[in-house]
Ligand binder design. Sequence first.
Ligand code: SF4
Length: 68
Amino acid sequence: MSRRIVVDDDLCLLAGECVYNHPEYFAWNDDESAVLVVKPDIVTEADETHASQAIPICPGGAISIVED
Ligand code: SF4
């Protein structure tokens, strides 16, 4: 089973908190109209920490972890 970070574009408010606080994991797309998860796979403890910190600071509730 793998776990990864996802952003729901319908919920994202483009507030940028995730990009500002966790730039290794989140980035703007070219025209800053959406957020991309540039490091989605949760493998290391650091990945786990960044994901768990990003989820509660997202004002849109757009960030979550999915398990495949
Ligand atoms: S913190 Fe949440 S609402 Fe803000 S840009 Fe990131 S995903 Fe979108």
